[in-house]
Design a protein around this ligand. Sequence first.
Ligand code: SIN
Length: 584
Amino acid sequence: MHREIRKFLAGMAVAAAALAAPAPLARLHADKGVACADCHGKGKARVDDNEQAPNLACVRCHGDLKAMAKGAADPLNPHASHLGATSCTICHRGHEASRSYCLSCHDFDMKMPGGTDAAWKPRPDPARRDRRVDRADVVVVGSGAAGMVAAITAHDAGARVIVLEKQPLTGGNSMLAEGGMNAAGTKAQARKGIKDSVELMREDTLKGGKFLAEPALVEILARGSAASVDYMEGLGADLSDVGRLGGASVSRAHRPTGGLPVGAHLVDVLRRNAASRKLDVRVNSRVVKLLEGRDGAVTGVEVCGLHRGTYRILAKSVVMASGGFSANPARVARYQPSLEGMASSNQPGATGDGLDLGEARGGKLRDLEQIQIHPSVAKGSRILITEAVRGNGAILVNRQGERFFNEIGTRDAVSQAILHQEGKSAFLLFDEGVRQSLKQIDGYFHLKLVKEGATPEDLARVLGLPGAALRATLDAYNAAVDAKLDPLFKRPDLPRALRTPKFYAIEVNPGIHYTMGGLAVDTATRVLAKDGKAIPGFFAAGEVTGGVHGANRLGGNSISQTITFGRIAGETAAGFAKRQPERK
Ligand code: SIN
């Protein structure tokens, strides 16, 4: 068929679909006299995968996120959410029913103009090919903290960088990180009189991971951690609050002042740094293949963009930073059948595609059966309740109103202890003192996850627990705090008594949180083949790699890993690229 006729028919099909859909935004706009070109831009320019033209048009007419949040009556307002500076088209679609990205993790009754289809997923068309070939020195796959730090580092080392993100927004799982970034020997620790060392962080990490981790990688994690805090602060981050998380011998989880969640803040800082450097960051862009050179090197990627279709980017090196697979139930069940059906705390993009891409290029995978469940996901939801609440003094009680474990033990141990309680859940119990110590807790109130009572007995009534038992539990715990000794469970850190009304509780159960296994890498982040040799031009950092955490990751070590290994990956990938000829 003649190309022009084909094009015309395709255009008619799109228009027909737009009209058939239940009042999509395009139709609502047309009814108000808005022309196609007002959103799409004039001339022949196609909407790009970042959907810049429609997004600019939305803001031009409706105002930015801040303006949209201002007028809203409901305090649960997606325009003011923790996703940060995101674009309108993530949720609002022109030619399909809209969908709220929040519903990927939350369960709200959310109405949107143009209708809502929670199940809607972007549908890039892999059969549509764009024969134009792009070029870069370094391609980074994934835009969580590891990917963004690798990209910024490579850019600052002089490389031309392209970042590819399959989701409609950047940030990956890093955006959801709460408790903190582990680092030993930092200035913030010194200011607070905390005595820590690289050796102690290394030992805690190896022990927490049941000595399955690669000691050389753990050494890099611990040794690079303080410099990584400095690096992030140099980019504009605030990591001045320090708290304690499970399995750590001392307080080393760094986060913003007042105990705000660490992830949303760092992702915001990284987005700003990427923007100020004019980095080429492409969302809605799924990598479908790693290109292979004649010498066995990775020489670029094949990408499927939401609007552009399938195209190639020739690159001198590729950094895989695509995250783990906790949000891929089939994959989780394949490696750990006992976890089938368990909710995950992860963002929907954490499906493990990078493992398949890497394996197809000869990469070695390790420790895939090592899947972490986090003890405290709010029951009936996918909302992680940070370990920092326990770190700042909360306790766990069962349906008998009794404590049953050292609350700041390692995640694997605390999770198992909860699963052994009646109902396979527990109540995370804290008071106003703990609430005031950690700003992150405000978010759980915001999401209506917290039950409260003026006294322990009141709270027990709300929760359906025996009041006298709960009172006795709190009295015994407070006595232990006063004596600085927990005779029941040897909890090593007793930061504050729970005596300040009101008293609060969140029902929690374990949820799939982190995948320790992944691509095998060496200390320079080079991806290793099955024969143990590095694959030229192929680097990886963050949760897509295996070997840093062994059989169990300590809270706060993930963000630390992303920054430290992201920096190494950016440097080595840029250095490798410098030594390569231009790809043809
Ligand atoms: C948490 O805050 O409990 C999670 C942080 C982490 O996974 O390191």
